[in-house]
Write a new protein. Sequence first.
Length: 299
Amino acid sequence: MRDALAAVLVALACLLAPCGALAAWAAFGLADTGRYVSTMAPLAADPDVRDAVADAVGDGVVRKLDAGPARGTLGPFVRDAVRSFTRTEAFRTAWEAGNLAVHDAVLRAVRDDGAVRGPVTVDLAPVAAQVRQRLVADRMPLAHRIPVERTEVAVVPAGEVAGLRRGYHALDAAAFWLPLATVVLTAAGIAVAACRRRALTATGLGTALGGALLALAVALGRRLTLADLPDRIHRPAAGAVYDALTATLRTVSWLLLALGLTVALVSWLTGRHGRRPGRRTAPPAGAPAPPPSPARSRI
């Protein structure tokens, strides 16, 4: 009974370990504005991300141009100017400000149950203003006619806000309780086991398996996320963003794998070397005593 109970407790602990890591990553990693902005900041130098931003901003500005010759004349120049702008230091500043605005908008939507039921959007007008300023400085004809209006880009569709809000509240609660339950179940499983060394070895192997499953889940999530994107052109940029956001989660999965294998190996080696070769065990009760060795004759 002790071994059966220990096996159940250890199995539950190993199952909750990757789930707790995932919940903690979502609640304390993605939900932290400073960490999110610092994680996204290096992507301003990624070519795929720059091209995706240039296409989004350029298309938004061109759609708002006045109809007629101005649209056909300024369209190519606007797109070239936006691409050139994404390679400047000012774009890095605008990129960080844009990510800060996106993060604040998403957090307000998922934390406030009374928020407006609609898509989560971000305004690209500050970037459009920078593009117009650059074109005017380059003495581009009709550059002053580029409108700098509120250009809303949906970062979370309206139909997904409610599900995202429920998922956030669930992960926020699980981020505290799942790691705590994992520690308690592990300690209880090892304590009640008849052979604690064997239970510790099983815990290490189960933790390593959980880390491997977590790494597999991250890879599978990337594949499914990119497959659901309607725009195939910007999938490399989305992949770069996904990799940046899940870098910590991938590190945690490999740490769980390495830690579990190390604990299992050390426990197994300790038990193996603890058995002294040649050590005789006491005969069971009621067994006949071995015959005495013959005495050596004296000369």
